[in-house]
Design a protein around this ligand. Structure first.
Ligand code: SAM
Length: 283
């Protein structure tokens, strides 16, 4: 193995959610940098992996980052893992990746679990456009300002939250964004996994009654005033040109207005659509 920094995703609960490739590479590298070595040792022991380890967490990342880079400079291969899920996603790793890239050290991602994506996949909220915004600020004033800024975000919002702050954050979501549909995904892949779906007010009522424990992801549907996903220009043109009373030029102008593409692009597409329709008819 040549000097390479592997960014390896580990499970977010269920140990079966690790990839064959992750296990193989963890067993092959010279050094494993882990957020909490004691925590990750349990995972490594489970898979029979014995390797030199070093810690890499928020408060030692500058000093440790330099030592990890030194190991890489000496030709060693290093795997970076976090306590759960994908490193760098609300977890340490970004600076190390950036610095390795600056030194032309290959950085290879080894994909796997990520709580945000896992929650989105089963949320039932629009998944074609979404924004992951990490943890909201813990202070109420800053949190409200943060949420207000995101209120018109086009797409589902995904945030991480600590269970003891869930109720106050849901109250602030209600206040700043209205009674939107949300999903609280709790303890994903674990025994008490639960996805609470509903409008903020009803989910809030529910979580206020039960003391929410464990880890949570909150997903918020896009607001009504946020721009809708635009239809592809070809589809708009098909629709407009299908009644054959509209000219190609007028259809192109209208399609450009609806989709935001330039009139010349819309006109070229309109000709293609019309020609395509004529060919279909001739056959
Ligand atoms: N790097 C991780 C990832 O890829 O998802 C995230 C690490 S961040 C420090 C921890 C937060 O992720 C938790 O507070 C929670 O919001 C979310 N999280 C992690 N595991 C989870 C799980 N099993 N169920 C629900 N949320 C989880």
């Amino acid at each position: 193995m040549i000097a390479t920094l592997y960014i390896i995703a580990t499970p977010i609960g269920n140990l079966e959610d690790i990839t064959y490739r992750a296990v193989r590479i963890l067993g092959e590298v010279d050094l494993i940098a882990a957020e909490d070595t004691r925590h990750s040792l349990k995972l490594l022991n489970h898979f029979g992996i014995t390797k030199p380890m070093t810690s890499y967490f928020d408060h030692n990342k500058l000093f440790k980052g330099e030592r990890i880079l030194n190991a890489l400079r000496q030709g060693k291969s290093v795997a970076l893992i976090s306590d759960a899920g994908t490193p760098c996603i609300s977890d340490p790793g970004y600076q190390l990746v950036r610095d390795a890239i600056a030194e032309h050290i290959p950085v290879i991602p080894v994909p796997g679990a990520c709580a945000a994506i896992t929650a989105l996949s089963a949320s039932g909220l629009p998944s074609d456009n979404f924004s992951f915004v990490g943890f909201p600020p813990s202070r109420q004033g800053k949190r409200r300002a943060f949420l207000t800024k995101l209120a018109n975000n086009p797409g589902t919002l995904i945030l991480y939250e600590a269970p003891h702050r869930l109720v106050e954050t849901l109250r602030d979501i209600h206040e700043t964004m209205g009674n939107r549909r949300i999903v609280v995904a709790r303890e994903l892949t674990k025994i008490f996994e639960e996805l609470l779906r509903g409008e903020v007010a009803s989910v809030l009522e529910l979580v206020s009654e039960i003391k929410v424990r464990g880890e949570v992801v909150v997903l918020i549907e896009p607001g009504e005033d946020t721009p809708l996903e635009t239809e592809p220009v070809e589809e708009v043109l098909w629709r407009l040109l299908s009644d054959r009373t509209i000219s190609v030029k007028d259809a192109a102008t209208k399609a450009a207005e609806i989709t935001g593409v330039s009139r010349s692009v819309a006109y070229t597409k309109a000709l293609e659509v019309r020609n395509g329709a004529d060919c279909d008819k001739k056959q």
